[in-house]
Design a protein around this ligand. Sequence first.
Ligand SMILES: Nc1ncnc2c1ncn2[C@@H]1O[C@H](COP(=O)(O)OP(=O)(O)OP(=O)(O)O)[C@@H](O)[C@H]1O
Ligand SMILES: [Mg+2]
Length: 256
Amino acid sequence: MIELIQVSKTFVTRGQTVHALAPTDLTVPQGSVYGLLGFSGAGKSTLLRLINRLEEPSGGQVRVAGADLTGLSQHALRQARQQVGMIFQQFNLLSSRTALENVALSLEIAGLPRARQHARAREALAAVGLSDKEKAYPAQLSGGQKQRVAIARALATDPKILLCDEATSALDPHTALSILRLLKQLNRERGMTMVMVTHDIKVASYLCEHAVILEKGRVVDRIDMQAPQPQSLLGKFFFETAKGWTDQTALPQEDA
Ligand SMILES: Nc1ncnc2c1ncn2[C@@H]1O[C@H](COP(=O)(O)OP(=O)(O)OP(=O)(O)O)[C@@H](O)[C@H]1O
Ligand SMILES: [Mg+2]
């Protein structure tokens, strides 16, 4: 469903060059949930944003559902992006709009006739269990409810792929699990392909079939989450932390 071939990203700002992602291959099978794990600055968000071309690759090819995203015009890119929804750590809702209006906005952008926007937005809110909150403003919602609105907004256009950037990092464990359950349900019932950025191995263990571990812009481990056998020091560290930290837990970097 998603294929990255030798995709790389270098940022150049005010004479400074940051190699955010070394040439990377990644294949995400249709209907699967794929994890991108790593510490802060590893390049997880950059890799995720390359999938829907929110970042322009410095090299390589991005293929989504068989189409090469790198060669598309702005118009064709807008259409291709409708197959890809995205949710974020900080929810990114518009504070001046109600829950329903936030969801309807994505339909407006997708070009759905105005008369049908609210009905579709209501369906999406119902799918995330928030029918009773359609008139609420973001400030009147809890973090978990805000993330549900954001998921409804992403779902409303019926995308084939959902990209999640630390979607549960700002939530308490109880609320986080309820959101992860919702995502799992969407994956199972709609066959939606998902890519999840996380630094939390528990999130990846619960939801992902495959994961890569990123370190300083490179994939250092590729993990089958059903039978994890991390090879890298960082990969081993991630799985150690899932058991809880002890004085014996080895840090992956000497200077960490
Ligand atoms: N727009 C940008 N301009 C310049 N450098 C950038 C830009 N976006 C990201 N970077 C750099 O690219 C590297 C990877 O950043 P990225 O945001 O992908 O990391 P991350 O793994 O998502 O980290 P975090 O867990 O903190 O979100 C970092 O060194 C970052 O400073
Ligand atoms: Mg990030």
